[in-house]
Ligand binder design. Structure first.
Ligand SMILES: *Cc1c(COP(=O)(O)O)cnc(C)c1O
Length: 349
């Protein structure tokens, strides 16, 4: 079989969730963000493992993503939709029992007309200028919405991964100004906000990336191993070239392994000539261009022919790949390909 395997340790993810939960202020509930197929790791399996660990409120980006989560969780746990109540979503919201985070007066009107009495939350914009109602809109509908009994009022921090950024205090103050005394549970912080301290925690936190021990919470337990099968090994003579555009030339005779994964699997082309795969504890440099389905690797220094080489594992994290590719761990994880066979390890599997 020439498909790569992505092994996902559910115990590690549950342990990271518990660690973030312990960091939260007393009385603060810890939710879980499982949008984008749980950051590429499989929303159903991850949601179930987190529910076993104690999570009761889940968040997805769009209503369609909630089907896998509700299927895995069954009735009960709350599934919140960040994009709110879009036209055409009513059946899904009702049938999957979703809680849309209403973002605008349009959405408020739609929700109260189409699904009166159905649960909802409110998303406020406190300065990021991305999603949610700003102060004047909020003031216009606040009493109507508060009477209708929202589950939660939330906002999102733009710069929580930079603890000293003045936006953090500014958004915190705006959130207080917009919500103090409203009598509804409140949520402001994703992973970065949890690390900013208890003043940012309110009633519910929403960690996502931290569950994978990626920055800004890289103190956790890394849960992923991405292992690529070697399809072929060849001897390359001095002065021969490897890969598209002949960007790598052998200085002396060497052995080159070709592994089965490429940029179509989310392995950024920027890693060409710029990263390593690992044979156990030994790094093997990527040589030449990363192509769509294949990567070439120098294994001349190994004393054996490996069956597989690891791109993510104990020696190389998603953040390491992000640094080499000029991006962030979030993009590495959410790009993890559909061709990988996902294997689940741990008691939750
Ligand atoms: C993605 C997202 C989160 C989770 O953020 P992390 O940085 O991955 O913890 C929380 N809240 C909102 C609104 C989001 O869009």
């Amino acid at each position: 079989m020439a498909t790569a395997t992505l092994t996902i340790d559910l115990d590690a993810i549950a342990a990271n969730w518990r660690a973030l939960d312990r960091m939260s202020a007393p009385g603060t509930q810890t939710g879980a963000v499982v949008k984008a197929d749980a950051y590429g790791t499989g929303a159903g399996r991850i949601s179930r493992a987190l529910a076993q660990a104690g999570a009761r409120r889940f968040f997805v980006a769009v209503a369609e993503e909630a089907a896998a989560v509700r299927g895995a969780l069954g009735p009960g746990p709350q599934i919140n939709v960040f994009s709110g109540h879009m036209a055409g979503d009513a059946d899904m919201i009702r049938e999957l029992d979703l809680t849309p985070m209403l973002n605008s007066i349009d959405q408020v009107t739609r929700h109260l007309e189409v699904l009166p009495g159905h649960s909802f939350g409110i998303q406020l914009d406190t300065g990021m200028n991305r999603l949610g109602m700003e102060m004047p809109e909020w003031q216009a509908v606040a009493s109507l919405l508060l009477d209708a009994g929202p589950e939660i009022i939330m906002s999102h921090l733009a710069c929580a991964d930079e603890p000293d950024h003045p936006m953090n205090e500014a958004q915190l103050a705006e959130f207080h100004a917009m919500t103090d005394g409203c009598g509804v549970p409140r949520s402001l912080s994703a992973t970065g906000g949890i690390l900013l301290g208890e003043r940012f925690h309110f009633d519910l936190t929403r960690p996502g990336i931290g569950l994978y021990a990626a920055r800004p919470y890289d103190a956790g337990t890394p849960p992923l191993v991405l292992s690529l099968p070697v399809i072929q090994v060849r001897e390359v003579a001095a002065d021969e070239v490897v890969g598209y555009s002949a960007t790598w030339r052998a200085e002396g005779p060497c052995f080159v392994a070709t592994v089965a994964a490429g940029y179509a699997d989310g392995i950024h082309r920027a890693l060409s000539n710029n990263c390593a795969l690992w044979a156990g504890n030994t790094p093997c440099p990527i040589i030449g261009r990363v192509s769509m389905d294949l990567i070439t690797v120098d294994i001349s220094h190994l004393d054996h022919m490996p069956d597989r080489l690891d791109l993510i594992g104990p020696h190389q994290s998603a953040d390491d790949l992000a640094d080499a590719a000029g991006t962030i761990g979030y993009e590495i994880l959410t790009s993890l390909g559909n061709r990988y066979q996902r294997l689940y390890a741990g008691t939750g599997s």
